[in-house]
Write a protein that binds this ligand. Structure first.
Ligand code: SF4
Length: 491
């Protein structure tokens, strides 16, 4: 498929719209003022300026159908403010929707953080009605997606209002898992291949934690939340988890910490000793993720744990006293059915987790699933997500963060749901990019935020082996943090 651009260079935005209708296709793009005869399937997107008008139009030939649509804008004093990219995206969206019969519910809102836009409008003083109008008329969002984006922004507002500008979160990366799930694209090593690296990895990571502890003290930053992610942090043994958590306790003033999460994602890594260890060392929130409560589905995605292991892990966590548990599910997994997914949703609601995250399958290039038979993926993901949304709303949960990824089945979204007052602060901060997150460990990336003006990233080495080997060089890069805050002070 060729994208021919004339009088504009909105390649990125227009390709984003094309992908909504024609996924998994490579686009070629050229700049030309006319369509060459040998183009079979193409989008020709033109912006043409005359003395008094701006003409925007799209001609598309796809699936044996040819359509043309356009709009004329009259130049006036305001002409410079016309968002021509958005006009052209909308025209293209309508043309492709006519040809394919598909109506993506997020409209031309192709970015990954729709709620961020709503938050910006709220900060600009727009009311609910105006925001809905913009989402529906300018971005062609469906009413239900407006509802979910707006409700999410409302929940977030209460959390964001309590944000201390001199605070930060600490992310601890444990990139090891018992085995690899077929949909996974994270940088995570199986225990089998990574076991030898772990002792040195923990040693180095504790050095990094101490380094960050001293640095943030000098900068007068307060630790707000701690998040152990990965991988599966509970792949480590209890004494190893304790060593890292004690190192954090000794490196930071923990009195300001409002949330401490350890992902215990894979139920097959959970033991009583590990749960007690993380609780005794300050953890207030854990994640136990079944992804599905259908054993056929779990087997198809290589999770290598049973449904029973999930239930017993959950029960154990409650017995030990965890009062905030998150569970993750994924809509659109191989072998899943609408009834099977409904059953998963209902059974988890019966368990009453404080946080409930509904992901939509995203098939990244690095995932094993991307290279296997995709006919097993023919399930009604849209209906699954709709079912989860209505069941969670009626069960008293509110959406509190929402994001989208590339290559998501049905161009849908991931939504974090929460019982009132139990929203994960960290998840909101990371999604909305409103707080500095200093990350330690392999594959971790630090995000420095001076909201709303500046955002800078510092990357650690991706893999544990590189992390161990080039640790000192990597640590020296972390000086960027002091430079960032130094220049912020001066401003
Ligand atoms: S448990 Fe999570 S991080 Fe580990 S392989 Fe599975 S999806 Fe990837």
């Amino acid at each position: 498929m060729t994208l021919i651009l004339s009088g504009n260079d909105y390649k990125y935005e227009l390709e984003g719209v094309m992908k909504l209708f024609i996924p998994a296709t490579k686009f070629k793009h050229i700049f030309a003022d006319r369509i060459e005869q040998d183009e079979d399937e193409y989008v020709f997107a033109r912006v043409k300026q005359t003395k008094n008008t701006i003409l925007l139009y799209v001609i598309c030939q796809y699936n044996g159908i040819k359509k043309r649509q356009g709009e004329i804008l009259y130049k006036n004093d305001n002409a410079e403010n016309y968002d021509k990219e958005l006009y052209l995206s909308r025209i293209l969206f309508k043309v492709l929707s006519d040809i394919t019969g598909i109506k993506p519910k997020w409209g031309v809102l192709t970015g990954i953080r729709p709620v961020k836009r709503v938050n910006t409008w709220l900060n600009d003083g727009l009311g609910k009605e105006e925001i809905y109008q913009r989402l529906q008329n300018e971005y062609l969002c469906s009413k239900e997606k407006c509802d979910i984006a707006f409700a999410t922004a409302m929940t977030q507002k209460q959390v964001l209002d309590t944000l201390d500008k001199k605070s930060f979160s600490l992310y601890v990366s444990i990139p090891f898992c018992p085995t690899r799930c077929s949909y996974c694209s994270f940088i995570s090593q199986t225990l089998e291949s990574g076991k030898k690296l772990i002792p040195e990895y923990i040693d180095k990571m504790c050095r990094e934690i101490r380094h960050i502890g001293l640095m943030t003290k000098r900068l007068g930053l307060r630790l707000d939340t701690v998040y152990f992610g990965g991988g599966t942090p509970t792949s480590l043994e209890a004494p190893q988890l304790a060593a890292i958590m004690k190192c954090i306790e000794h490196s930071f003033d923990m009195s300001s910490v409002r949330e401490y999460t350890v992902e215990a994602g894979r139920p097959d890594t959970i033991t009583e000793e590990k749960l007690r260890t993380i609780k005794e060392n300050g953890c207030t929130r854990i994640s136990i993720n079944p992804q599905s409560l259908d054993q056929n589905v779990l087997d198809a995605i290589g999770r290598s744990h049973s449904i029973e292991q999930f239930f017993s892990g959950f029960e154990l966590a409650r017995k030990i006293g965890f009062s905030c548990i998150n569970t993750d599910v994924i809509a659109g997994l191989p072998n899943d059915t609408l009834d099977g997914f409904k059953n998963t949703i209902d059974k988890l609601i019966d368990l009453s987790p404080e946080n409930y995250t509904v992901h939509t399958l995203s098939i990244k290039r690095a995932a094993v699933l991307n290279h296997s038979d995709k006919t097993v993926l023919n399930n009604p993901t849209d209906d699954m997500v709709d079912y989860a949304t209505s069941r969670l709303f009626e069960s008293g949960y509110s959406p509190y963060y929402l994001y989208r990824q590339k290559n998501m089945v049905g161009n849908l979204e991931n939504i974090g749901w929460s019982k009132k007052g139990q929203e994960s602060l960290y998840n909101i901060y990371i999604m909305e990019e409103v707080q500095t997150i200093i990350a330690v460990g392999a594959g971790a990336s630090t995000k420095l935020v001076d909201h709303p003006h500046r955002l800078e990233r510092v990357f650690n080495y991706k893999f544990p082996l590189e992390y161990n080997r080039h640790f000192d060089l990597m640590l020296s890069r972390k000086n960027v943090i002091e430079e960032f805050y130094g220049s912020t002070e001066k401003e």
